[in-house]
Ligand binder design. Structure first.
Ligand SMILES: NC(=O)c1ccc[n+]([C@@H]2O[C@H](COP(=O)([O-])OP(=O)(O)OC[C@H]3O[C@@H](n4cnc5c(N)ncnc54)[C@H](OP(=O)(O)O)[C@@H]3O)[C@@H](O)[C@H]2O)c1
Length: 291
């Protein structure tokens, strides 16, 4: 997709991956960016950065779970700014919990933002794109939309659903000349993961790396953009030896918060986890010494 002279709407643009995608598109010379999230102040800060790069901006501070507000905002945007060529559905929330301790309100929020919010905005904009016979929609899923992991069952469920939604729309909207793509970042250093217990041995990516992979994927017309070598390796392993990936994920899963009794013996998985942690800490110490 050639983004020169184009208008993009990005949700989740106030921080994290959405913000980095907005900055990268501005860097690539897009004409206008419409930035959507709830926090107006943060959106203003991102807009100021982008305008300094020569790209026009518009800010829409709203909660994507409020369908009526979203309907009104999209109608106003179309009236004020005309056609939207690129929609990036990036807003999302994630909660980590052992399934047996999961809480319904958090699951409802994941479903409302990650799925229903995406559905509502996409349906409003896709109808207009169809009437213009032009458009690109990018839905941000996750590596966890391909490879589910313990403690993230409900988040993974929303990200798997986004991939199904994207695949179906890709076929259905092709006749209207609308491309539909999925972006699948792996662990990325953002506010979202700050309170999560991270999976062992997974190296977080930067938001800039994700944004660059996003632009490169769009340029080569990829229907699904996997980000980083760890994602490629995980998906390959799932295809060739799914049992091995499940074992690795069980070992890599962060421990549930509970005290170990002095007399308690370590199980087989716990021993492997300890061994892996030890190896990794040795490697890190060596790297630090060699600096
Ligand atoms: N970080 C990772 O490791 C990772 C990995 C794979 C995929 N992803 C996906 O990448 C996307 C961005 O995640 P991130 O890591 O950048 O998270 P983040 O830093 O927490 O940012 C989340 C964004 O979503 C917006 N948002 C949340 N709830 C909203 C609502 N109800 N209405 C409107 N906007 C809302 C937030 O803005 P306000 O708070 O201002 O509303 C913020 O801009 C998500 O879809 C996430 O699932 C992240």
């Amino acid at each position: 997709m050639d983004i020169q002279g184009k208008v993009a709407l990005i949700t989740g643009a106030s921080r994290g991956i959405g913000r980095a995608i907005a900055l990268e598109l501005a860097q690539q010379g897009i004409k206008r960016l419409i930035l959507v999230a709830r926090d107006r102040q943060k959106l203003v800060e991102v807009a100021n950065e982008i305008e300094a790069m020569g790209t026009e901006t518009a800010i829409v501070a709203l909660d994507l779970t409020q369908t009526i507000e979203v309907n009104i905002a999209v109608a106003q945007l179309w009236r004020n700014y005309g056609q939207i060529h690129l929609l990036v559905n990036c807003a999302g929330v994630a909660y980590q919990s052992s399934f047996l301790q999961s809480k319904l309100p958090q699951v409802q929020e994941e479903l409302s933002v990650n799925l229903l919010g995406m559905y509502n905005l996409t349906s409003l904009i896709a109808r207009r794109m169809a009437s213009q016979r032009q458009g690109t929609i990018v839905n941000v899923s996750s590596l966890m939309g391909k490879v589910a992991a313990p403690t993230m069952a409900t988040y993974s469920a929303t990200k798997f659903a986004i991939l199904g939604f994207t695949q179906a729309l890709r076929q259905e909207l092709a006749e209207h000349n609308i491309r539909v793509i999925a972006l699948l970042p792996s662990l990325t250093d953002t506010d979202m993961v700050r309170d999560l217990k991270l999976f062992r041995w997974v190296i977080p990516m930067t938001t800039q790396e994700v944004a660059k992979a996003f632009v490169a994927g769009m340029q080569r017309d990829a229907p699904e953009i996997l980000v980083g070598w760890q994602s490629h390796l995980a998906v390959l392993c799932q295809r060739l030896a799914p049992w091995l990936l499940e074992l690795i994920l069980r070992i890599a899963t962060p421990p549930a918060p509970r005290k170990q009794q002095p007399s308690e013996k370590l199980g087989f998985l716990a021993k492997i986890q300890r061994f892996g942690d030890l190896l990794l800490s040795r490697k890190t110490q060596c790297q630090v010494k060699s600096l």
